[in-house]
Design a protein around this ligand. Structure first.
Ligand code: ATP
Length: 437
């Protein structure tokens, strides 16, 4: 690897000491078992671009399982092995994970200009990757520690800000790369190279997207929706004619762009105010497929191979959200208890979707729901009702729910009120004036 530059100093500058040391240790162990070890792919790409990425993928010339086990032993870590593919995942005691893979060096079915049999396995392994910017590795063995391995112009394409495939059949071999190309392009603000773009358009014309396995297709759209610049990606997908492979009913127009932007504003507010991580792809996904009717939406989830429980759960949350939006828009007299009852069965991801489709007029309603309505709790519970002499039954739930509604709407204010109204509600039930339904 003498012909390549050494990035040891860049590693030292940019990586946390813990990560740097892990890489050194792997190199030392690789020497001991007479193998070459490299850190590859996204980790190296992002290091060169000075972007934080500590997902370590190790490729080994030799059996990666042997090296992974040795490393796991040294670090007192867990290791889970996939013998068939000769890969392993090492999980350190602090839960940090490191992937080990054996260099894939089969040389058949390569197009012309591909590496030859006598080439190193790392070269052949890198050649199998999706884009040139990902075909870069750093050698870890002691003597060459930090040597960049760059056979296919990764550094120059990173410098030129270009997404390029390695050969003409790349999208045919794996059409999911169509989505990956778009994802990397928007993430790094790179262009898709002109030749690569021609190949990509050709793959789209050949309808190769229809051949992508459902779970893979879902992951690709999910990853895109998790990108900061996902709207750029959706716009590219629209222009390339990709969206129609999900459904013919998608409406991704100028107006819908405004709704997405409003959604992102709400998500922003939510993540600042409410200290909870959400699955950001979910509200974006629901908005993207908002114009699909129930049957079409379910068909899409089936195309994505959602398992039947998740499909049911997801669809029910979506359609509850849509119905709630319609009801809220119609209702002239929206009380706190009405808001609470309408939203309480929805996960936050779906409340955010619902808020986006409700629009700016309802922005304060949603904010009130999270900052005020959801915080209101009764001071009494079932035990207090027992202490009052009532026998536990399903009536307890009715009474407590009813009390909460009264509290939400400001009819009752404190514990004294709660007890007073609890008694009153039980009396109403007993006297049959109220059946409890
Ligand atoms: P991210 O930052 O999104 O995780 P990444 O480059 O680390 O980006 P992964 O999906 O984790 O992406 O993949 C790791 C490496 O495996 C990539 O750098 C790429 O070289 C290779 N790879 C992943 N998917 C493909 C594919 N479909 N075809 C070829 N190579 C792939």
């Amino acid at each position: 690897s003498k012909r390549f530059r050494n990035v040891k100093h860049l590693m030292k500058d940019r990586l946390p000491g813990k990560i740097y040391n892990i890489l050194v240790e792997i190199g030392v162990l690789a020497d001991q078992v007479g193998m070459n070890a490299y850190v590859v792919g996204g980790f190296v790409r992002d290091l060169i671009m000075k972007i934080e990425n500590f997902d370590i993928d190790i490729v080994v010339e030799g059996d990666a399982v042997v090296l992974a086990k040795k490393f796991a032993k040294l670090k007192n870590a867990k290791v889970s092995v996939h013998y068939k593919f000769k890969t392993a995942v090492v999980i350190l005691p602090d839960n940090f994970r490191i992937d080990f893979a054996t260099a894939r060096s089969e040389y058949y079915d390569f197009p012309a200009a591909a590496p030859k049999v006598e080439d190193s396995s790392i070269k052949i392994d890198l050649y199998r990757r999706d884009f040139t910017i990902n075909t870069i590795a750093i050698k870890l063995n002691k003597e060459d520690f930090g040597a960049l391995v760059d056979y296919f112009g990764a550094q120059s394409d990173i410098r030129d800000r270009k997404i390029r495939v390695l050969h003409n059949l790349s999208f045919v071999d794996d059409p999911s790369r169509i989505f990956r190309a778009i994802r990397f392009a928007v993430r790094y603000n790179f262009d898709i190279g002109p030749h690569t773009e021609r190949l990509l358009k050709h793959a789209i014309n050949l309808k190769l997207i229809d051949r992508i396995v459902g779970q893979r297709l879902f992951l690709e759209i999910k990853y895109i929706l998790c990108e900061k610049e996902y709207l750029k990606a959706l716009n590219m997908m629209k222009n390339y004619g990709i969206l129609k492979f999900f459904s013919n009913s998608i409406n991704f127009s100028e107006e819908s762009l405004e709704i997405f932007k409003f959604l992102d504003k709400l998500i922003n507010w939510y993540s600042v105010q409410i200290n909870r991580n959400i699955e950001i792809w979910i509200p974006r996904f629901n908005l993207l497929f908002h114009s699909l009717k129930r049957g079409e939406f379910i068909k899409l989830l089936e195309r994505f191979e959602f398992n039947s429980n998740y499909k049911k759960y997801f669809a029910s949350q979506v359609f509850k959200s849509r119905n709630a939006a319609i009801r809220l828009k119609k209702n002239k007299n929206i009380t706190n208890s009405y808001i609470y009852n309408t939203l309480k069965d929805l996960e936050d991801e779906f409340v955010l979707y619902l808020s986006a489709i409700l629009g700016e007029k309802f922005e304060n309603l949603i904010k009130k729901y999270y900052t005020y309505i959801k915080e209101i709790k009764l001071e009494i519970n079932g035990n207090d009702l027992k202490d009052l002499g009532y026998k536990p039954s399903e009536k307890f739930k009715y009474v407590l729910d009813k009390l909460l509604e009264l509290k939400l709407d400001g009819v009752i204010l404190n514990k004294g009120d709660e007890i007073k109204y609890a008694k009153k509600l039980f009396e109403e039930i007993e006297s049959g004036r109220n059946s409890g339904n």
